[in-house]
Design a protein around this ligand. Structure first.
Ligand code: RP5
Length: 153
């Protein structure tokens, strides 16, 4: 998409990409411009800092952060930005994603993140669009249309 990205998707590893492509696909279907990067909180903390700290100034309005195992990415991103952060816990081979889920939701007071289901990449896209819709009526309309289509079955 050519328009300035409104949603920033960040994930901890290229191994998260097959799941997070579903988030990108859903944003495309809703007509939301996005950018997508791989940056690990543990392996590339400097890259995460730079990306998250500059996101708001680049025009990003909502961040979606996906990671697995000791999934600190969403929390670290939230530490560096005033933007809302929606996290996606990745399903893992050892603990089924419960490790990712608990790592994400148990944030300390003062630094909240939202969290969707394990591998809930599509829902992260819809929630991000709903957040955009609070201030941008065209996105509220698109979510309303999406819900109406779901109701029709
Ligand atoms: C996390 O560790 C990533 O988000 C990924 O879900 C998990 C495994 O990463 P790889 O070892 O596949 O790179 O940081």
């Amino acid at each position: 998409m050519d328009a300035t990205p409104l949603v920033g998707i960040v994930m901890g590893s290229t191994s998260d990409m097959p799941v997070m492509e579903q988030c990108a696909q859903q944003l495309e279907e809703l007509g939301v411009p996005y950018e997508m990067v791989v940056a690990s909180a543990h392996r590339q903390p400097g890259r995460v800092h730079e990306w998250a700290a500059g996101a708001a100034d680049r025009g990003i309005r909502v961040i979606v952060a996906a990671a697995g195992k000791a999934a600190h990415l969403g929390g670290v991103v939230a530490a560096y930005t005033p933007l809302p952060v929606v996290t996606v816990p990745m399903k893992t081979s050892d603990l089924g994603g419960l490790d990712s889920l608990l790592s994400m939701v148990q944030m300390p007071t003062g630094v909240p993140v939202a969290c969707v289901a394990i591998n809930g990449a599509k829902n992260a896209a819809i929630l991000a669009t709903q957040i955009l819709g609070t201030g941008m009526p065209e996105y509220r309309e698109r979510v309303a249309r999406y819900k109406a289509e779901m109701a029709e079955g």
